[in-house]
Design a protein around this ligand. Structure first.
Ligand code: G6P
Length: 350
């Protein structure tokens, strides 16, 4: 096992560090994805079905496909699929995102979707059940992932979804921007010391909130999931605009609030949410652009990311420091991030 970790303390941190490569390798699937799209005419609706981290990649897919390609898109948890699958038809494409390709709830839903609709699997494990049963398959190129908490497979799933949406929308600018993502990820990884320092300041916390809007909302959800999976700290991801509909009641002195605030359309509104929690005593940890002066002024703690990472590609990059934060908080607390209690890498029971 030591040899497989290649000098890293845990598989999780090794896999976090492999993410630029995972993205680069998955970008090679562009031509395959174009072939699938050419074959799929008459798609009027898309429906993603997934669990866990794969569900968060799916949510990002909804924002992309609706705003870039104008295709109405739903996202359904695989375990809830049977309660809402009645409106699928032959012009619906049902996309199953799964690292393992063996999650029981997803497989069950795939069998149902195959009866009425076109089905596409976005799967990491070659030869797995979903790859055998879906009508079309995109293989993510992350390589084997051992850590229970998904990291490099998440950015690979996102890469596949971005390629699919950009090709559907014939958005050459986005395709071009995707090629820069591996370098942006490596820049974040080079700044690991800032995250280690941050983790020492916040490992006392019992609860964390994660806020984001638009493309950054699924990032907030995934950041919170990473925290609760391995550190056993309660992490809650929220759409920043929903704050005043409940969670604001829980914000008081000292509670850490992670704010995902890349440059773009949502920036201004997220900033006002940041100020809202700050004025109630929250300790704000902001993740934003290195040249964001307003953020530097308003947030006591900012992890700085390349300003070229706009909000549309931010999900591929901004998740990396959040994974690192969860990892180092878990190390501080003395838990094993590779083997969280009660969780399995693949859930084969419904
Ligand atoms: C389990 C794993 C998660 C994963 C989820 C969905 O809960 O611990 O990391 O996101 O299953 O698995 P899948 O293989 O379908 O992506």
């Amino acid at each position: 096992e030591m040899a497989e970790k290649e000098g890293y303390d845990h598989f999780m941190i090794k896999e976090i560090n492999e993410q630029a490569t995972s993205v680069k390798n998955t970008l090679t699937q562009k031509d395959n994805i174009q072939k699938i799209i050419d074959d799929l005419d008459d798609i009027s609706r898309i429906c993603f079905v997934a669990c866990g981290t794969s569900y968060h990649a799916s949510l990002t897919g909804k924002y992309l496909l609706e705003s870039l390609a104008g295709i109405p898109t739903d996202v359904i948890l695989a375990s809830e699929f049977k309660y809402s699958a009645k409106t699928l038809d032959e012009n619906t494409l049902v996309i199953f995102i799964s690292q393992s390709g063996e999650t029981a709830d997803s497989l069950k839903a795939l069998d149902v979707a195959n009866e009425t609709s076109k089905t596409l699997g976005i799967v990491n494990v070659a030869g797995s059940s979903i790859t055998r049963r879906a009508q079309y398959v995109i293989q993510t190129q992350a390589g084997p992932e051992i850590g229970v908490a998904a990291t490099k497979t998440y950015v690979s799933q996102l890469t596949a979804v971005y390629l699919f949406a950009a090709l559907m929308a014939k958005d050459d600018r986005l395709l071009n921007d995707l090629d820069k993502v591996p370098d942006f990820i490596n820049e974040v990884l080079e700044d690991v010391e800032s995250i280690k320092a941050m983790s020492q300041r916040y490992n006392y916390a019992k609860d964390f909130f994660y806020l984001g809007r638009g493309y950054s909302y699924p990032t907030a959800l995934e950041g919170a999931l990473k925290l609760k999976e391995i550190s056993y700290i309660h992490g809650e991801g929220y759409a920043a605009g929903e704050l005043k509909h409940g969670p604001l009641a829980l914000i008081d002195e000292g509670i850490p609030v992670v704010v995902v605030i890349p440059p773009g359309d949502s920036h201004k509104k997220t900033m006002s949410n940041l100020e809202e929690v700050k004025s109630r005593g929250a300790r704000v940890l902001a993740f934003g652009a290195a040249d964001d002066e307003e953020l530097a002024e308003k947030a006591p703690e900012v992890f700085k990311i390349n300003p070229e990472v706009s909000e549309i590609i931010a999900p591929l990059v901004y998740i990396v420091p959040l994974q690192l934060l969860s990892y180092y908080i878990t190390i501080e607390k003395g838990f094993d991030p590779d083997k969280p209690r009660n969780l399995a890498k693949c859930v084969t029971v419904e």
